[in-house]
Design a protein around this ligand. Structure first.
Ligand code: GLC
Length: 544
């Protein structure tokens, strides 16, 4: 299994397909759609957490790592899914959430009951005077990062119901290795590690006077040691594909996490390129994306990771991000062109591309018209925080329409029937209103749909070594509307040129005398003398 030739398809099970009609996606639903995934050609499916959980953070609050949440089905359903995938040559990647557990996990419950062994699985600190939290750190979901119990506090970098684990404790690490052993014994050979660069906490807990505390625990001092140990004790004994989700990380650290000589992970997710529409770092703001910065970040990560022999996961979408076609493209007038242009950018780069369910048919943001449509814990927390800042409901609705994680979580649009064919009853989250025109059934019928363009990109990576292994060089770096790069391998050269705007852009291609198109999203190129003229969201990859 060569992960450099692979494309991963991410499934958010609760929104993918509901087989038992309770409004909630499930494992049998996934099984029923494996033919679809096989048709797309992705070699691996990443399932976001399906373990027993109170679902405050939709499963990222795990209460039992070795059981399937009944909402999704049973272990027998999981084994069936696993067997069905194996038959089709599709690997499964499970989501391992080891920075924190749910407060419902028996370890935390035993810790609260005063059991010293389990108290040391978590991070409890005495409260400050007046019952104040030990530090001023801010939780990723808003508010202070400490939860109060009696005269002490426990750390929760995410929701108050997600206490952070204490990786300093070897007994806790051993528990984690046993959990990994359980899934490895079931033949699982793919793992995504949730916010894994936050597991190493500082020795001293102090206030952060210049930030929200993240500089004290991001890429912490023992994180590489922990990952090496995790690798050695668990998945390193098998041929596995692993990816770490890295919050606010650096290139230097990502090289270390993913350079094969370090024996840590196969690859990393980093998010800097998805913060180019945050005003001064604030996600809950509404500004157009900064294209120059987006380009600079993508080019720099591509070039630097290659230099250090690291490996990127390349992606625009996941269950935490607004839909790329709504965010960086034009989801109405240039729906096909902008969706395929964005796909071209990341699928022909150096790295392993990830496709998030629905991206391959150009699913858009949710465009909810009521605050009460939002279900995500982060959005719900922020509605209150933004209100407290004095913002009105319409302003908040506009920010959520652009930024809420629920944009990615609306049910998969399978067809134009009620509930988009996702469920026979009311789905847990409303379906986006455009399901009658944007859905998998109509995409499959049309050979010129976004779906078939993705399928072609996925297949090209499998068949062309230059895409999997070639070098990367930014082109026309100063151009204000075009992102372009050259891939080189042996004596082959592949030039990728993408227009990020509706306006026409031109690039001077006089240095390339002969070229031959590999893939493009318009029928033919417009060439005027030395100039290539790119129409709205036009993308082309050509041999030069
Ligand atoms: C990751 C997940 C996100 C979750 C958080 C806490 O960022 O992708 O969905 O809420 O970790 O586990």
């Amino acid at each position: 299994m060569d992960f450099k030739k692979m494309t991963v398809y991410q499934i958010y099970p609760r929104s993918f397909m509901d087989a038992n009609g309770d409004g909630f996606g499930d494992l049998q639903g996934i099984i029923s759609k494996l033919d679809y995934i096989e048709k797309l050609g992705t070699d691996c499916i990443w399932l976001t957490p399906i373990y027993i959980s109170p679902q405050r953070d939709n499963g990222y609050d795990v209460a039992d790592y070795c059981s399937i949440d009944p909402r999704y089905g049973t272990m027998a359903d999981f084994d069936e899914l696993s067997a069905q995938c194996k038959k089709r040559g599709i690997a499964i990647m499970l989501d391992m959430v080891f920075n924190h557990t749910s407060a419902d996990h028996k370890w935390f419950q035993q810790a609260l009951a005063g059991d010293e062994k389990y108290r040391d699985y978590y991070i409890f600190k005495p409260s400050r005077e007046g019952g104040e939290p030990p530090t001023n750190w801010v939780s990723k979901f808003g508010g202070n990062a400490w939860g109060k119990v009696g005269d002490e506090h426990y750390l929760h970098l995410f929701d108050v119901s997600q206490p952070d684990l204490n990786w300093e404790n070897p007994a806790l690490r051993r528990e984690i290795y046993d959990i990994m052993g359980f899934w490895l014994a079931k033949g699982i050979r793919g793992f995504r590690f949730d916010v894994v660069n936050l597991i190493s906490k500082p020795e001293v807990y102090e206030d952060d006077h210049i930030g929200d505390g993240r500089r004290f625990y991001t890429d912490g001092s023992r994180v590489h040691e922990y990952l090496k140990e995790l690798n050695k004790e668990t998945f390193g004994k098998y041929e596995c594909i692993t990816v770490g989700e890295m919050s606010s990380t650096s290139i230097e650290n990502c090289i270390k996490y993913s350079n094969p000589a370090e024996n840590e992970l196969s690859m990393t997710f980093s998010f800097h390129h998805l913060k180019v529409d945050y005003k001064d770092g604030d996600k809950w703001s509404n500004i157009p994306f900064d294209f120059a910065e987006l380009k600079r970040l993508l080019h720099t990560w591509q070039a630097e990771m290659a230099k250090g022999d690291g490996w990127n996961a390349t992606f625009w979408c996941n269950h935490d991000q607004p839909r790329a076609v709504s965010r960086f493209g034009c989801d109405r007038k240039y729906h096909y062109q902008s969706a395929t242009m964005l796909a071209t950018v990341i699928h022909l780069m150096r790295g392993t591309p990830y496709v998030y369910q629905g991206e391959e048919i150009g699913m858009t943001n949710a465009y909810f018209d009521k605050l009460s449509d939002y279900m995500d814990v982060e959005s719900i927390n922020y509605i209150e925080i933004l209100r407290a800042e004095g913002k009105g409901d319409n302003e908040i609705l506009a920010v959520l329409a652009a930024k809420s994680r629920d944009n990615a979580r609306t049910p998969m649009q399978w067809d134009n029937t009620v509930s988009a064919g996702f469920s026979t009853s009311q789905p847990w989250l409303s379906v986006a209103k455009n399901y009658e025109s944007i859905n998998a059934a109509s995409a499959l019928e049309n050979r010129n749909s976004i779906f078939y363009y993705y399928r072609e990109l996925i297949n090209l990576r499998k068949t062309l070594d230059i895409i999997a292994y070639g070098s990367y060089r930014p082109m026309w770096q100063e151009h204000s509307g075009v992102l372009a790069y050259m891939r080189e391998y042996g004596d082959e050269r592949l030039l990728v040129i993408c227009n990020f705007y509706t306006d026409e852009q031109t690039v001077d291609i006089s240095e390339f005398k002969d070229f031959d198109n590999l893939i493009m999203n318009y029928d033919e190129l417009q060439i005027d003398g030395d100039m290539l003229k790119l129409r709205g969201y036009e993308a082309v990859a050509m041999w030069v």
